[in-house]
Structures are given as C-alpha cells and as structure tokens.
Design a protein around this ligand. Structure first.
Ligand code: ADP
Ligand code: MG
Length: 348
C-alpha cells in the first residue's frame, strides 16, 4: 500500500486504510437495483474518506443504466473509462454522485469548460504562510487527487474541453502513468480510481442545442465505454416527482409529466431520436420538471401554476420558441394553468 492511501484520522489519530474493502449484500446498498432476497454481493470500501460526498436522497436511478455502470465499476479491470451520454438533465451527474456515495468512494468533480487548461486538472504551486514565512506548497488538482487517493474522477461535461485539454486527458482516461508537467512528477493510477466522463454529445461539435460542445477526436472517444441516459419513463418520473412534491395530488403530478413529455416530443421527436420537423430548442428536462413541482408547492395555494412555470421554465425559453411553448402548455393544461393551486387541489 502506498503512503498516500494511508491518511491519518485527526480525531483518533489512527491511520485509516481507505483501500480496505468489505463484502455487502447488493440489496442493502442499492435497494432500488437489487430485490429483497437477492443474494448478489458487492465489494465496497469499508471506510468513508473525507472526500466522499453525500448524494441526492431524491435521486431514483434508472435500473439498467445504473446496473451497467456497476458492472463496469465492479470489474477487476477498467479496460475503458465510463462515458455517460445524454441530454441535459437526464441525470448523468447524479448517477455518478449516487454510485460514488453508495460505494464509499470519494468523488472528485472536474467541471470541464472551454478555457480550462491542463493545470486545472493537475494542480499548481500555491503560496501559503507557515511560521510567519511565505512558503510555496504543492496543491494537487482534482484529477491528480483522484489518481492518487482513488475514488471516482468525474470529468463533467467533458465535450466542452478544448483540443489542448483533450490531449492532456488522453493518458488520464486510459489510466496510464500520468506526467504532471507542473511538478515534473509522474503519478500512477490508484487501483481504485475510476474515471467517468459525462457529455451531452458524442463530441460531434456544432450541435445547435449544445453550442459550447466541441468536436472531439475519435481516438479520445474510443477510450470510453458509453452508456446513454434518457429521460425517465412515465412510471419512473412519477416515482421521482412523488419524492420532490409529495403533497401535490397525483393528477397534477401526472399532468406535469404529460407537459414535460409534450415539450420533449416537440424538441426531440416522439422516439427522442431527433426525428422531428422544425424542432423547438428548449428542453423540458427532469431537472426542470422536479423544480417545477417543487416550486408549485413552495409558491403556495394562492399562486397560479403559470406563475411557477414562468419562473422555472418559460422565462428562459428563447423568443423563437415562446409562441409554440404557450400552445403546448395550453394543450395540456387548458384554463387550469391560470388557476391558483387551491382550485386545482379542490378538483378531484
Ligand atoms: N433519476 C432522477 N431522479 C431524481 N432526480 C433526477 C433524476 N434525473 C434528474 N434529476 C433531477 O434533475 C437534476 C439534473 O440532473 P443532472 O444529473 O445534473 O443532469 P445532467 O448531468 O444529465 O445534465 C438533478 O439535480 C435532479 O434534481
Ligand atoms: Mg451534469
């Protein structure tokens, strides 16, 4: 075991071995994925590292995608990094956070953007004061920390990376020894470091909807095992909304889901494959939907559904889409959209 895996615990001053594993029942860790009575066992870290992050308790995983991601995580080798591709708000980031949390893996999130440079991943020297003296201290970046400590390295929205950054990530996503230019030091991947990238596109570049996505080369993309995330089906989305807005009546939550899907039909086609004439650009994602039902409750019984919908969604719709957006809303909700919540609650 390397020294970096042994971090001293400041409370008891006993060194904790964060790489120590335990066998647990799949059902006890992931009750959403493994049925009661299932004998499937999983290996997870026994001790929680301080860099672990609690995940969203409202999150409801898609069973198949989460299970495939687990297959990747549990395999003795990660031949490829894991790529999660899907539209905005389909739960890519949440899935990575959920898996990390449940498996007691620390998670290091790199929010990739076009002006990011390799140093942001690797780290840099920072000035610090020690005994009244200014000293330079090495500060590893998030990717280097994940490489050293083990855990999930989440390259979030990595289709936004510049060409320069993409080349800097090549060795990293392959799990190869990684030279940190800044420190003139080459680090080896911790056996428990798992690299996950999320992307809206496969890096085709010039996507009308994701204008900040960049073209990425095939050599880079082929270093990932890809799973696609989708908007949940009605039953699943209904379970999610129940968590976010338990006090709203079922018929209202169902109508909200109907509205989300009417918008998705108009933007992505009924099969969500982009096959639609003259698509609208705005996306009614799960992110928007859960926010809407949540704020319907928070806005209270005297405010109309339209008021909360304006605030969470309609105000941000481009002018070109505004007219059609109102048409879609009216088609699903009719006059109810302009009624206060108390009237809707009174309806059976
Ligand atoms: N399966 C889900 N269960 C519960 N909430 C979800 C789910 N998927 C998406 N959400 C909601 O949508 C938000 C956006 O999800 P996120 O993972 O950030 O999407 P992405 O990374 O695909 O753009 C989450 O913070 C959560 O509120
Ligand atoms: Mg995300």
């Amino acid at each position: 075991m390397s020294v970096s895996q042994l971090t001293s615990n400041t409370v008891s001053n006993v060194a904790i071995d964060y790489s120590e594993m335990e066998q647990v029942l799949g059902h006890s860790v992931f009750p959403e994925l493994f049925e009661q009575g299932s004998t499937a066992m999983l290996k997870r870290r026994k001790n929680r590292h301080p860099d672990c992050i609690a995940s969203n308790p409202m999150y409801v995983p898609d069973e198949e995608t989460a299970k495939l991601a687990l297959v990747w995580l549990m395999a003795p080798l990660q031949m490829l990094s894991l790529g999660l591709q899907g539209h905005t708000g389909t739960g890519k980031t949440e899935l990575a956070l959920y898996l990390a949390d449940k498996l007691n893996l620390p998670i290091y999130i790199v929010k990739v953007h076009a002006r990011m440079n390799p140093q942001d991943l690797e780290g840099s020297y920072v000035l610090d004061v020690e005994n009244n003296q200014t000293v330079t201290r090495k500060e590893y970046g998030p990717a280097a920390k994940a490489y050293l400590n083990g855990g999930i390295l989440l390259l979030d929205e990595f289709d936004k990376a510049s060409g320069e950054l993409t080349s800097a990530m090549h060795l990293l996503v392959e799990g190869k020894p990684w030279p940190l230019e800044m420190f003139k030091e080459t680090i080896q991947k911790n056996a428990q470091c798992y690299c996950i990238g999320t992307a809206n596109t496969y890096g085709s570049g010039h996507d009308e909807r994701y204008i900040t996505s960049n073209q990425m080369d095939n050599a880079f993309l082929s270093r990932f095992m890809w799973l696609e995330t989708h908007y949940p089906n009605v039953i699943q989305e209904s379970k999610i909304l129940e968590k976010f807005a338990p006090r709203l009546p079922l018929h209202l939550r169902n109508d909200a889901i109907k509205l989300a899907n009417a918008f998705r039909d108009a933007a992505l086609g009924v099969n969500r494959d982009g096959n639609v004439a003259d698509p609208i650009q705005c996306i009614f994602s799960t992110r928007v939907l859960v926010a809407w039902v949540y704020y319907i409750q928070a806005f209270g019984v005297f405010r109309t559904l339209k008021q909360s919908l304006d605030s969470v969604f309609l105000k941000s719709v481009y002018a070109d889409d505004a007219e059609i957006a109102i048409e879609i809303v009216n088609k699903v909700f009719g006059d109810d959209i302009n009624r206060p919540l108390k009237d809707i609650l009174a309806k059976k």
